[in-house]
Design a binder for this molecule. Structure first.
Ligand SMILES: NC(=O)c1ccc[n+]([C@@H]2O[C@H](COP(=O)([O-])OP(=O)(O)OC[C@H]3O[C@@H](n4cnc5c(N)ncnc54)[C@H](O)[C@@H]3O)[C@@H](O)[C@H]2O)c1
Length: 252
């Protein structure tokens, strides 16, 4: 087992990439704090883990709210006594459309949930992770590397995560904490379906697939395996890196 006796927090663990990662981490021996803004979906993830013989607890938290993130980390320490891995994964796509037509509140929400959340997670977790010399993993996106015709605010928030990951890696290195990020491409989750909403879903999914060199969409488990590598000791010399999991999309 690659994460035996490790304690991990996964945010956005009630769905998609977060749920797949929480399940995989638990199978690899980690004790998982499953965090999500949605209570029912978070509980479902915990049930899945428990049924497979793993250990998990659920904490409802909105990652854009400082007090809720602080409480989430405190609950982890209270329950599991330490924190080894923080997976800042929760994110939203926000509304699509031209940037100059976007409402200020919608811009702020996308930035708060996607980017400020990484700041908050790190702010409250790092003091504990200095003891464990842990690993922080942030979910960015291929749209943090290239522009988005439909969602510039989303793209900007994900680009911000890449820049923040690099700076944090430098600040955390003296403490033995590693900080990396993952850039998934189009991955089969509810978020992708919402991303393409308004367009004919089947047609647009097929169109997206045709643009991907590996000619398929990513699966949540593809990203989960990347997170597992970054969480485990196998990546002990890897920090400040941007791991792209996009079927070759941004290589074009
Ligand atoms: N699916 C893709 O194609 C894709 C591609 C690139 C990056 N990503 C990123 O991967 C991450 C996971 O997305 P997904 O595709 O699994 O989406 P998803 O919608 O399936 O899951 C996201 C989860 O985050 C939770 N969440 C939303 N807002 C929250 C908040 N304020 N506080 C706490 N939890 C909140 C949701 O309840 C949901 O359970 C996101 O950061 C997303 O931007 C996804």
């Amino acid at each position: 087992m690659r994460l035996r006796n490790k304690v991990v927090i996964v945010t956005g663990a009630g769905s998609g990439i977060g749920r797949a990662t929480a399940n995989l981490f638990a199978k690899e021996g980690a004790k998982v704090l499953v965090s999500d803004i949605e209570s029912s979906s978070g509980k479902e993830t915990v049930e899945e883990i428990s049924k497979s013989g793993g250990t998990a607890v659920h904490v409802v938290a909105d990652v854009s709210k400082a007090d809720e993130v602080k409480t989430m980390v405190k609950k982890c320490i209270k329950h599991f006594r330490k924190l080894d891995v923080l997976f800042n994964n929760a994110g939203i796509e926000g509304p699509g459309g031209l940037l100059w037509k976007l409402k200020e509140d919608d811009w702020n929400r996308v930035m708060d949930v996607n980017l400020k959340s990484v700041f908050l997670g790190c702010k409250y977790a790092i003091p504990y992770m200095k003891k464990t010399k842990g690993s922080i993993i942030n979910t960015s996106s291929e749209l943090g590397l290239v522009g988005s015709t439909s969602r510039p605010a989303y793209s900007a928030s994900k680009g911000g995560i890449i820049a923040l990951t690099r700076s944090l890696a430098l600040q955390c290195a003296p403490y033995g904490i590693r900080v990396n990020c993952i850039c998934p491409g189009a991955t089969e989750t509810p978020l992708l379906v919402r991303f393409l909403s308004g367009k004919q879903k089947e047609t647009s999914l097929r169109k997206v697939m045709q643009t991907i060199p590996l000619r398929r969409l990513g699966k949540p488990i593809d990203v989960a395996y990347a997170a597992l590598y970054l969480a485990s000791e196998e990546s002990s010399y890897v920090t400040g890196s941007i791991l792209v999991v996009d079927g070759g999309s941004t290589a074009q």
